[in-house]
Design a protein around this ligand. Sequence first.
Ligand code: ADP
Length: 397
Amino acid sequence: MPTQSSPSILYIEDNADNQRLVQRILESRGYLVQLAADGPDGIAQARETRPTLILVDINIPGLDGYETTTRLRGMNHLQGVPIIAVTADGREGARARALVAGCDGYITKPIDPRRLTEQLGEFIGGKREELPQGAETPLLREYSHKLVERLEQQVRELKAANAELQELDQLKSQFLATLSHELRTPLTSILGYLNLFERGTLGPLNDAQGQAIDVIARNAHTLTRQLNNLLYLQEVRSTQIKCASVSLYDMVLRLVVEQQARAADLGIQLESALQPTQPYAGDATALEQAIRNLLDNALKFTPRGGYVRVTLHDDGQRVVLRIEDSGIGIPTDALEKIFVPFYQVDSSLARPHPGAGLGLAIVKHVIEAHNGHVSVRSAAGSGSVFTVVLPRTLRNA
Ligand code: ADP
């Protein structure tokens, strides 16, 4: 039975029958056996441990056994660890190629169960096979050519796959843009009629009707925001931001005031401490959309009884906006991903909230287009703080 101190063999082989056979033979002789199904897996395992010996099947998919060996040979901590090729190709050329790639020897298939442990024991004991004098240089040259050819082929395949993906992405963008436009037209008419109801133009509403209209209006506005995000994402990718003088103070103040009623409905305390700002050169529509998205998220992900605080500060060099909430927070491992289009945290707390996962992608795009930066500090269960820093570049001086 193998123990912690038994010699360990890393066996890189994709065929499950061969894996089982070798594992059974070696474990019955007291070896520890680690299995890897392909080259990258073997390399990853070898990075973590230092096996006593590595056995590599030459004919594995993806990175073949030669290439895997060359990569393993480049790892300093594996110096002195024998790497043995296993191949069904018994010809002299195959053996020489294995040695040139960095193997210390090779074993032919089918594996002879009676001899395997003895063969490995010899290599562990120091046996090394060598190439005949003068054979190495031409073989190395041939091996390098093969590697470059393979690389070339892979680059060609990757380029083709990339072109196909770009085309698909383009189609998807066109589809989203068309869909959003199609949906926006009827929505504009719904919003128009809602406005007539809200202003009483179509006659007085009783309380129940007024409440129903409020619910419809809230949902219609959410839908509008989502559609705007969708359309915006398509547009901002292809268009330049338009710079004009903007009062960020006025903008943030207006957005906060706009959200007060919603916050009250949700039972959330919406507080703000806004410092007047100097005129800022930026794209008002884009910035408004970004700030609205941050505020919308803060309200969306904060339970009743919580708070959302907005602060704005201008030190002459840069304008800093902070939106802090006491909400459900974001797990640490999701912090990087939330800015990726369509990403949403998959948790029972976040799931019930509507959204398309586009809000923060737009925030990042807009803020970076202004040479700014958006960052987040959060942890699951302890609220979130989003900080937007908009530097005054030369244009903004
Ligand atoms: P969505 O439209 O789904 O809100 P976003 O891109 O704005 O998309 O946000 C991506 C995800 O990041 C959200 O689905 C949510 O899981 C998480 N998130 C964003 N802001 C907050 C916040 N203030 N508190 C908790 N989670 C948040």
